[in-house]
Design a protein around this ligand. Structure first.
Ligand SMILES: Nc1ncnc2c1ncn2[C@@H]1O[C@H](COP(=O)(O)OP(=O)(O)OP(=O)(O)O)[C@@H](O)[C@H]1O
Ligand SMILES: O=P(O)(O)OC[C@H]1O[C@H](OP(=O)(O)OP(=O)(O)O)[C@H](O)[C@@H]1O
Length: 232
């Protein structure tokens, strides 16, 4: 088997990933048509390119179906329980920066931080008979963060997109989502809690920890890392 390198197949991370490798003398290229998810790595023998959704790369790495991969640190922490047992960070790549944050409606003028959110959540439950709803797709990261912060009286509601709209649509009272420019939050009249930064993400090169590598794969890995100017 050859060493499989998984990279985002589209979206905001794809072009910058190709550029990051090219800057280091390793050409990744798509083969076939624009719509065909096939690719090749030039310059290093024995490495196959696998084009995948950024969100699926953590699972494929943990399962050992790809051996190296590029995705956001938020994706790895969210999608793999005890991620450090399954994958290792090789190199932060300096793009794809996004902050996962907790945000509340602008008009909640008395709510500045997590302690205030905790108080509002307890009062909300007493008043409404159900728990304050926080919409997110980052369930694992948000639960861990709020548990450590001592916020208890809330429920997560799943939102896989347009999460900032859930407050206006009355399906949630607060949200946890990623932001980069902050424009989507502002446009939806939401404000980040002063201590509401859950995780700072950026695109990162990872390797899986599974020990299913042949000698050929190990030597391709060493050659690729040397070409990239990274220590294995
Ligand atoms: N506005 C943004 N600015 C910068 N990076 C972002 C932004 N939104 C998301 N990201 C980062 O991009 C990565 C996810 O990318 P994207 O949303 O394109 O993947 P995805 O959800 O797997 O998409 P798809 O399944 O549609 O291919 C995450 O690591 C995330 O932190
Ligand atoms: O701070 P900003 O620069 O405004 O960017 C933040 C937005 O970008 C992402 O959405 P995406 O475009 O991936 O769409 P989604 O709602 O489908 O997740 C994220 O979920 C925010 O909604």
């Amino acid at each position: 088997m050859s060493l499989k390198l998984g990279v985002p197949s589209k979206g905001r991370l794809m072009d910058k990933t190709f550029a990051w490798f090219a800057d280091r003398g390793v050409a990744l290229r798509r083969t076939g048509s624009d719509r065909e998810y096939a690719g090749a790595v030039d310059g290093v023998d024995g490495v196959d390119l696998v084009l995948l959704s950024a969100g699926e790369i953590p699972r494929e790495l943990a399962a050992g179906r790809i051996h190296m991969g590029v995705t956001g640190t938020d994706m790895v922490r969210e999608r793999i329980a005890d991620w450090q047992d399954h994958v290792r960070e090789l190199a932060p790549m300096g793009f794809g920066h996004a902050d996962l944050v907790i945000a509340v409606p602008d008009f909640w003028v008395d709510v500045d931080g997590l302690d205030d959110l905790d108080a509002v959540a307890a009062a909300f439950r007493r008043e409404h008979g159900f728990r304050l709803r926080i919409a997110t797709k980052y369930h694992r990261l948000v639960r861990e963060f709020l548990r450590e912060a001592g916020v208890a009286d809330y429920q997560l509601v799943d939102s896989q997109g347009a999460t900032e709209g859930t407050v206006k649509n009355l399906t949630a009272e607060a949200i946890a989502d990623i932001t980069s420019t902050g424009e989507t939050l502002r446009a939806n009249h939401l404000r980040i809690l002063s201590d509401g930064l859950v995780h700072q993400s950026q695109a990162t090169l990872f390797r899986g920890r599974r020990d299913n590598w042949s000698d050929e794969m190990r030597s391709s890995y060493t050659a690729l890392m040397a070409a990239l100017g990274q220590d294995g």
